[in-house]
Design a protein around this ligand. Structure first.
Ligand code: NAD
Ligand code: UDP
Length: 319
């Protein structure tokens, strides 16, 4: 392994993490992926496994790292902490594991960063803004989160992870940054992960009812995964990102009912759009303000929702 360019990616077998591993390997970095496969899949890493600069460790990062693992991480220069169930369906199936990986897990990884002197990136989420009272959401907004609701295992543990990252950045002078990822989609999202794009596209392809929750007027803004990964790379390797909190997302905003109509039209599906109960605490609107990412990272998304959906539809059709 090329020690000076060794990256640790937690959650690297997941949707975003696997694309990040591929991108890092393509850019000449060595990659150690640590994942316990709770929501990820080794198939996502089939290209990575062909690369001699790639190592996979099956480990739960909420647990203390064993001696063998720590030895392998000795030469890590960059830590990308992405491990966490991320879809609403997943984190409601694993609420305790989700709370732990973003709190204790983050602390464990910050300890590794402190011991190795590695640069650290915490993958946080737009969910820290909760059901926002400010629109679009800027990094300066403190959020409106229900601390005891069904999404709290995710939202509050991400908020804890952000806080812990900043404690290490300030107290131990760790070189650390936080990215707040907004809804991201693309190939390798599990078709059963319950997210709106995977649900609607697969339902439309199969001619099943397309499920819109509530009256469908709630909004989300969708970023294609390759754009997001470019933003993650910039956040880690760009200058002047130490101590920064940066939104990463595509401001292209849709009402869910309009998204369903768009997908139905693109697939030329005969599926009927049906309305189901709105889940508790479902945020009413969400759109990133990416002015900071544009300035600090010189980054903005390039893939339109139409183009990204075409690629995603082609991916699900190919399965
Ligand atoms: P994903 O579920 O596909 O990937 C998460 C990966 O983490 C999986 O491979 C899973 O097995 C692994 N993992 C979970 N707990 C672990 C643990 N304790 N130890 C080791 N590995 C563990 O989800 P994703 O969409 O790729 O999300 C990746 C990261 O990005 C998450 O931190 C998520 O919170 C964040 N994020 C994603 C989105 C999005 O729209 N996809 C939005 C906001 C934030
Ligand atoms: N949603 C929907 N139909 C589905 C799945 C989700 O209308 O089959 C809605 C959901 O209620 C939410 C939005 O789509 O308002 C985005 O949901 P997702 O779970 O993808 O992401 P998140 O709520 O975490 O932003």
């Amino acid at each position: 392994m090329n020690d000076e360019k060794t990256c640790l990616v937690t959650g690297g077998a997941g949707f975003i993490g696997s694309h990040l591993c591929d991108k890092l390997l393509g850019a000449g970095y060595s990659v150690i992926c640590v994942d316990n496969l709770v929501t990820g899949r080794k198939e996502n890493l089939s290209d990575a496994f062909d690369n001699s600069q790639f190592i996979f460790l099956d480990h739960d990062v909420s647990e203390p790292l064993n001696r063998e693992t720590i030895k392998q991480l000795n030469n890590v220069s960059y830590i990308f902490h992405l491990a966490s169930p991320a879809s609403v369906v997943d984190y409601q199936k694993y609420p305790e594991e989700t709370a732990l990986v973003n709190s204790i897990g983050t602390r464990n990884l910050l300890e590794v960063a402190q011991e190795t002197g590695a640069k650290f990136l915490f993958a946080s989420t737009s969910e820290v803004y909760g059901d926002p009272k400010e629109h679009p959401q800027k990094e300066t907004y403190w959020g409106n989160v229900n601390p005891v609701g069904i999404r709290a295992c995710y939202d509050e543990s991400k908020r804890f992870g952000e806080m812990m990252t900043m404690v290490y950045q300030r107290k131990y002078k760790l070189d650390a940054r936080i990215i707040r990822i907004f809804n991201t989609y693309g190939p390798r999202m599990r078709s059963d992960d319950g997210r709106v794009i995977s649900n609607l596209v697969n339902q439309a392809i199969k001619g099943e009812h397309m499920t819109v929750y509530g009256d469908g007027t709630q909004t989300r803004s969708f970023c294609y995964v390759s754009d997001l990964v470019d933003g993650i790379m910039q956040a880690m390797f760009g200058e002047k990102t130490n101590g920064e909190v940066i939104n990463l997302g595509n401001p292209e905003e849709y009402r869910m009912v309009d998204l369903a109509l768009k997908i139905k039209e693109m697939i030329k599906s005969a599926s009927e759009i049906i309305f189901k109960e709105l889940p508790t605490d479902d945020p009413h609107e969400r759109q990133p303000d990416i002015a900071k990412a544009k300035t600090v990272l010189a980054w903005e998304p390039n893939v339109s929702v139409t183009d990204g959906l075409s690629k995603t539809i082609a991916y699900y059709r190919s399965l």
